[in-house]
Structures are given as C-alpha cells and as structure tokens.
Design a protein. Structure first.
Lengths: 452, 452
C-alpha cells in the first residue's frame, strides 16, 4: 500500500531525455507497461481499502465520469461568458450543498453571499484572509498592515500559517487548546485583549471544525461572541475541510453552532464525500467584499455580460484566473447518491469508527489519545511509551496491509505524545478492512511489546 | 460556439433542491439528457475548430487519458511520501520540458533549481512574488514591507496586479511599453531610479514573453541588466504562459534571450501544447528560497523521507497543500507526440497565422494592430473606426461560426484602439477553420461597413 521505493528509484527508471519522435502505434503498449511497472509500485495507494492515513481523498465512479467529461469538454470558466453553464451549475451545486449540509441562509447565492469551488481548503483560507484584510482597510485605509493579527488554534491546519506567509501578514497567534484539543475561547480573549492594548489590530480568526490532528471542534459560537465584542471588524473563517461532509447528516451538525455568525466557511467533498480531488466548497456571507478584494479587469477580459453585473465571474472569487469545470463531478455525485446515499456513506464510516473505538477502549494495552471525532480515532499504547507506539505504527505500515499516519497530541499533563491516527472514510474502506486494521494493530502489540 | 443563453437560463433549468434519494438505475439516462439539453447549449465551446478567443485551452486524447488515470488513481501527492512516483515523474517531466524548450541549465533539477507543476501562471506569478519578498527579507530583516515595489509592463497579465493584492504588496509600477507593446527598459530604469531615490525598494519584476494583448516580448536580457545594475536584490520572473510552448521549436526561441538571468520562469502547456488545463510549468533557479518561503511542517506531515532531505515535497513549492497527479498527462503527451510532433503542432499554427496575416496585409479594409506574434494576429478596421471594429467582432461571433475576443492596444499616436485578437492554436483549429474565419470577417466587412 505504501510505495515500496527509495528516493530516486522512479526517477532513475525514467529516461533522462524526452523522445525525439512520436511514439508510433506500439507506444501505448509500452506506456501502459511503464505505468504498471514504474508508476504503480511507486505510488502510495490512497484508494486502497487499507488506507487510513491523513484524511482520505475520496473518489467514486460518478465523480470520475464527471471529471472525464470536464476534461473532454476542455472549457475554461474564468468568466460567466467563457462557460455560462459551468458558472451557473457551480452556483446551483454550492446552493445544493449548503442545503444538504444545513448551512445558514447567508451562504446561499440568493442573498448577498454565495459559494464557489476552490481547489483546496488552503486556498479558501488564503482568499478569506485576503478578503478580511481588504474589508478592514476599506474601513480604515490608513492602518499599518504590520499591525494586523490573525488568530487560530495550536491544532489548526498548517495552511493558516502558510496563508499568512503568502499574504504577508506578520502576526499569527496560535491560541492554546483545551483538554479536547479545541481552541480555548478564554485564551483567545486574553490574546486579543493584549494585542489590542499593544496597538495591534485583530483582523482574522480561523476556527477549525474538525482539526487534522484529532478532529476537535473549536466552539464557533463562543469564538464569534468574542469576535463580536472585542474585535468586531475581524473576519471569522470556519475551516471544516474534513468534518464538513458529516453535516449532510442532521445528527452530526452540532459543530456548526454559531456558523451563522461566520464570514466564511469551507469544506472539502474531496476528503469525505465521494468527489475526487480537487473540490473545496468555499462560502462567504458577503461576496462583494471577496470580489472587491480580488477583482482586476483588463480590457481583454471585459464583456457585456460582466459589465451588466448580472452574472458571476468566478475568477474574482479565487487566486488563479483559469478554472476547470469541477461542478460536473459534484452534480453527478449528488444525483447518483442523493441525500440518502451521502448520509449512508458518512454514517457507515462513523459506525465503523465507533466499533474501532470500542476495541481500543476494551483493550488495556491501548488508550485513546483524544475523544473519537466522527470517523477519526486517535490512539496510542497505554502508559508512557511513545517509542513503542511509533514502532507499532511503523510495523503496521511495513506489513503492507494498512497505511496509517501519526500526529502529536498533548496528554493530560500537557506533554506532546506520539499518536496514531486512524482516519476511516476512504471510499475503498470496508468494515472488513477496519477489522483487519484492528487485527494488525492488536497482533503487533502482542508481538512487539510483549504486553498481554 | 458561443453559448446561446441569457444570465440565469441554466440556473433556472436546474432544480433548486438536491435530490433526496439515490437516482436509481434510470438516473444516468436523465443525467446525460440534461448534459445534452442544459449544459452543452450553455457552454462556450473552447475546443471547437472556430474558437480563436483569449488564448486557447489545449487538449488532446493522450492528455485526457492521462487525466483520467490520475483521477482514477486518486493519489494526493502533497509529499514525496504520499506518492513517490507522482513526485519523481513530475520532476522528470519538468526536466524534459526544460530540455525540449531550450531552457538554461539553472532550471534543471540536477542543480540548485528545478521545476514544479502549478495550476496556472497566476499561481506561478504569486509564489514567485512571495519567494522574492522572502529572499529580500532574509537579507534585510528590518525592511518595511510597505516600501517594496514590484514592476511589470502596462501590457502584462492582470495576474501580476492580482498577486500584489493577495501578497499585500503596496506598490506596483506598470512600466510603459514601446511601439511593439513590449516593456520599455529605459522607462523601467527611470522608475527604479525614482523609487530608490524615494526610499522604496524594488524587489520583483515580471517580464512577459508573449503578452496577452498582442503577444509582445519584453526584452528579458535588457531588463535583467537593469535589474543587475540598479536593483540586484530584485527577483526577475518571466511569464511565458502562452508563448513558452513555441520554444519547443529552436527557430522560435529568440524571446528567451536573457532568461538565464531570470530567477523564475513559467509556461502553460495547457494553453498551446496539447495538455489539458490545468498545467503550468514553473521553474526556479534557487529552489531553496522558494521552499523556505512556503514550507510549514506540522507533526502530521512529518516523515522519514522528508526529514532526510533526500526528496522533494512539492507542497512546499506551491500555495495549496494538496495536489493532483498532473505529470501523467504531460508524460503521455510527450511520449505520444515526441519532440517532432510537438514542433509540428506549433509550426502549423504559426504557418496558418502567417497566412492570416497576409490576408490582413493584402486587404486595405484591415490593418494589423500589432506585429503578428507567433500564432496571434491582432487587427482592426483601417482608419479611425473603433465602433465598426467592435460591431464586426460582434457580428462575427453572432454568426455562430467563430469565436473571437478583443483587447485594447495603443496606436502610433498612443490612443487606445479597439482590437480584434485572432489566437490560433486550439487543438481543434484547422487550416479550413482559419480560412473560414477570414471568410467571415471579410464578408462581414463587405456587408456591414460598405467598404469594398
């Protein structure tokens, strides 16, 4: 499952120079031979039943068909004019997904807000930050950009830090987390208070709904309240890249409490909703501010439809200019599975994760490193045994039957502890593969650690 | 060819609410019916033989196959570890393309430089700008970011301005152009001199090799010399998004003179080299500076291969974290067509553009608005007749036989003039469709303008 290659193996199997002549009629046989003999063994197989690493990269045949149609059509939808159906299908799909996920009205296209497909949540985090800065500077044009401060938790995704690097934001506060690894709102309040006292200007806060490390949910409502009272001009972005897919099930929407106060929200169907990478749904409450931050119109992009103001030009909602027809794959997925099918997809994974959690809880050799979150289970060997936990993960991956990745989570004493993440949710995962995973971990714990 | 729909037509043909239940076995018939009846008529058909708008979005069946395989594999290659063959095939393809295009050694992966696939040239422009700022601030940590100045020409792509908005750069100088619409190096020198005298700090210059408006080539060598003497710490990026594909032909590489002094370079095979969108090749001379600017490593992304320093993690070369397996389609294209096939693709389009240019030059009703550049011909009706030229373009598009777009180019008196762009280079274009285009324009000029 994990690629069985050393650095440079694949590179050295590929000719150093490109071919001078067309391949001819036998070339495709050789190409597919090379795919099988060079590429396949060199890949880590994300769609394998035994893949439980990172967060999953979902796929499904309806999505593959949609992507194939998109590639074949070869339409570049930077403007409404360059592909009206691409723009309008995307608008409709974003509205569909908002309704399926119980998102507040403010994110629907029928009001001042609306949604767009970004490539990744990293891009959503970035453009939200750029819009946040723009909004602040529209209100306070003379503000020194060096005084702007962004906030997120210590458990937030690395893309928030990366976005500050790209946007040129000098201050990012990583707010401490509570025992459940969720942002501590009191700590956020204290940091904002200190910054404001020092003449700095809070302008952006990214709350995470389902952290990468442990699936923790920052308390959006409490964060919003603090923002409202202490830094009312700051933009609140909610990153639900992974967990947002679970909101298609009404019983799993609790983490959205307060999202109606957020300025933007994103979630990735490519992680857990049967839609191939890349597909991030990014919603804003006030599209005018986003568009105003990113719109640049040279003569060669002007056209009557855009000038009329009656259409959406999605290039103004994202960092790149060009864009693929990604709404097709989402349309195919929703029509094929329907609300009920998407819910069943999510619910089965959560049920398997519950089963896995029960195994961990009932086996004294293991302990949970964090409360199970939806379909993510974080565990370690019981006691102070980081090196053994690491060896266990490495042995499990070396078995070739499963692929797991790790993180670091603080324990009750605040010490960072090596943690195995079991991220169920791949389209290829089955109950059998989850059982097999438990079997691998349990038997390795027997063999390698001597614990009975 | 151009979508025959009004704003809202497609949206209103799509249900407001997503389906509750799975589509069932008849759904796919309905889906494809809807694709044909709602989507197809609502698209502007970029792959049509008569499409000559913007710059082309190339496609080919080898690229479609490669993209399909990428989608089916569903591998997410953020790290070497998460798809070693994806990373190493990409490295090899970037080297192949550099060799095919006669790029300098400094951009090959065997030295301190190297290449990566970005989604679009806009992203390349942005990350180059972020790396440029980082390099400057490594050398001068105390510099006030508000003093940084970027430079590009008035004819440069809008993505340069957009990148400054995203990166938070306050000053962008749009350098005047010469009679051929290329950046005037003397004017650049004067602007830099004035800015430095005012305490500002030049940090980034984007030279365009093949502008969007008219295909003009900024003099990279002269720009580099000015940079070297007046602002040696500034980063020189070369945006050859469209024209770079022509460099597969040795006789069309003249525009690369001086590129060996550039810090970065990009070109889009998705524009003119038979590779479906998105595929931008971005090269840097010093990969360490780019990686240092963008690398953020949380625990959950750490792994032995990355820690060893022996591998490339392409997430550190781009704004997003996740990435698709885009090298596959490029590999398939190069193996199928070979150097000779790619050259033939470029040369036939340039030959057709020469034929079209001859028609314009031999017809007194028309005039060139700029010298033909490779396969791009810019024209207008002779004399001071902007409104007629605009009406001509609109009538041509209304014919349904062709699709053209426009720009604005200054004439010899410096007045902005409405200009029709004829961008040959679509995979679907044929000599017949180019002849048809001339027939449409010539007959409309007869009918609408009364000129004989």
């Amino acid at each position: 499952m994990r690629a069985d290659v050393q650095p440079g193996d694949v590179l050295s199997a590929l000719p150093e120079h490109p071919p001078a002549m067309p391949g001819g009629e036998d070339e495709w046989g050789r190409i597919f031979d090379d795919v099988r003999s060079i590429i396949f063994p060199g890949l880590t197989h994300w769609q394998s039943p035994g893949f439980f690493g990172y967060f999953p990269a979902n796929g499904s045949w309806p999505a593959v068909l949609g992507d194939l149609l998109s590639t074949g059509l070869g339409v570049q939808g930077m403007l409404w004019q360059t592909g009206p159906a691409m723009t309008e299908l995307e608008t409709r799909m974003l509205d569909w997904m908002a309704r399926l996920s119980g998102l507040p009205e403010r994110f629907l296209s029928s009001g001042p807000g609306g949604g767009v497909i970004q490539g990744t949540a990293s891009e959503a985090t970035l453009v939200a930050m750029v819009a946040a800065r723009h909004r602040l500077r529209v209100g306070q044009p003379q503000i020194d950009p060096r005084t702007l401060v962004a906030y997120t938790s210590t458990q937030a995704h690395s893309s928030v830090l990366k976005a500050t690097r790209i946007a040129g934001i000098e201050h990012l506060r990583l707010v401490p987390t509570d025992a459940r690894h969720a942002l501590d709102p009191d700590a956020l309040g204290r940091l904002i208070e200190r910054d404001v006292a020092n003449g700095l200007v809070p302008f952006y806060c990214c709350a995470t709904a389902g952290t990468t490390g442990s699936g923790a949910f920052d308390p959006i409502d409490q964060i919003a309240n603090i923002r409202n009272s202490m830094a009312p001009h700051a933009w609140l972005h909610v990153d639900a890249a992974w967990a947002g897919s679970a909101a298609v099930c009404p019983e799993h929407r609790g983490f959205l409490e307060g999202v109606e106060q957020a300025d933007s929200y994103c979630t990735n169907p490519h992680k857990w909703l049967l839609t191939n990478f890349d597909c991030d749904l990014f919603y804003v409450a006030d599209r005018a501010m986003l568009i105003d931050a990113l719109s640049v119109t040279p003569e060669y992009l002007r056209n009557a439809a855009s000038d009329s103001g009656a259409v959406i030009d999605y290039r103004d909602w994202q960092a790149p200019l060009g864009r693929r027809f990604r709404a097709l794959k989402l349309w195919f997925v929703v029509r094929h599975y329907g609300r009920a099918g998407l819910q069943a997809h999510i619910r089965q994974h959560i049920a398997w994760a519950r089963w896995f959690e029960d195994r961990v809880l009932s086996d004294p050799r293991f302990e949970l490193a964090a409360p199970r979150s939806l379909s993510l289970v974080c565990l370690r060997l019981a006691g102070d045994r980081d090196a053994d936990t690491r060896a266990l993960l490495e042995a499990a991956n070396a078995s070739g039957q499963v692929l797991l990745t790790h993180t670091s989570l603080p324990d009750a004493q605040g010490r960072d502890r090596y943690t195995i993440r079991v991220a169920i949710g791949g389209t290829g995962n089955t109950f059998q593969s989850v059982q097999q995973l438990w079997g691998v971990l349990a038997s390795l714990a027997d063999a390698d650690t001597g614990v009975r």
